[in-house]
Design a protein around this ligand. Sequence first.
Ligand code: PLP
Length: 387
Amino acid sequence: MERYYFDHNATTPVSPEVIQAMVSCLAEVYGNASSIHHFGQMAKQRLENARRQSAALIGCQPQEIVFVSGGTEADNLALFGVVRHMNRPQKHVVTTAIEHPAVLNACAQLEQEGVAVTYVRVGASGVVDPDDVRRALRPSTVLVSVMHANNELGTVQPVAEIARIAHEATVYFHSDGVQALGKIPVDVKALGADLYSMSGHKIYAPKGVGVLYVRKGTRMGSIAFGGHHERERRPGTENVPGAVALGHAAECAVRNLDAQAVALAAMRDRLEAGILERVVGAGVNGARDRRTPNTTNIYFDGIEGEALVIALDLRGFAVSTGAACSSGAVEPSHVLTAIGLSPERARASIRFSLGQSSTIDQVDALIGAVEESVAHLRKISPVPAHA
Ligand code: PLP
């Protein structure tokens, strides 16, 4: 059976070009980038080249790039690195109800440490209203963290406006850019971000490598303790092959961005239109006019999303629900409930995320598989259709 991958927001395959760059690094360069001898300097050269490539992707200086282990660490370093090191009697953070757990659970930990956190709500669009961020600010606010693109809906947040609001109040601004990078243009200077998170495995590099952009002059402490790597911001012997992979993926992303965005949006829109035309009781979650080009999130009333994921997998299509399965119970996605979906409709929702390998033929086959699977599940479901 042919298998087709429509879950690129979960992770992307490593591109052949990136594999080649990484393998050559593994084979040729094994020195420790901190060593002063020839072997160390070879590794250091590759690392610094990767830093320049990563900086070019987001429009910053290479010194502003901190290599980390992925998006989760980048988010944690931004939040804890700024907030814990701010010497104030009272500290307050503003974030949103639709962030990734890497931000939400870091905020929950900050609350345990006595920091106040406001979770700005969003409406049905899944887009944050900058005025709500403005209203949430307090004299004690030290950081605003709002993601650039949402992982479940693809909705793109007005981060430039929010950064401006934060800066008017002399508050630092962090954005989780993990799902924006490689899909929409990102210029951290134009956005006004002080800190910006990225992850290799969402842009066709491997898992376990990421970057935190830290604007020059931003006061951020370390959250782990060891050597003097990454300009004292992140200790640990550098993952040179990982950084090289990310750097190459960044370079490819810059090169392919515009053409890729047009092709993906056309296929995503075809998928969406096909499903909505052929399946009754289905609809798109979140704003359709402010999304990354590869993502759509669709509810199918009267079915369980998990069951549809399994049915489609049996037909060779990989998609996902935003829901997390914990202790045997399927929790509805916090993003979908935050935008006002009932728990039933949230559980009946599926995320389709396209990528470099997607084709029109795959999209057309997926439309047919969704139509048949939904019809079958509704027939055998004890829940009345479109309940
Ligand atoms: N932030 C967002 C928006 C994400 O989608 C993800 C991964 O799904 C992360 C952070 C975490 O990144 P990583 O898997 O590299 O830790």
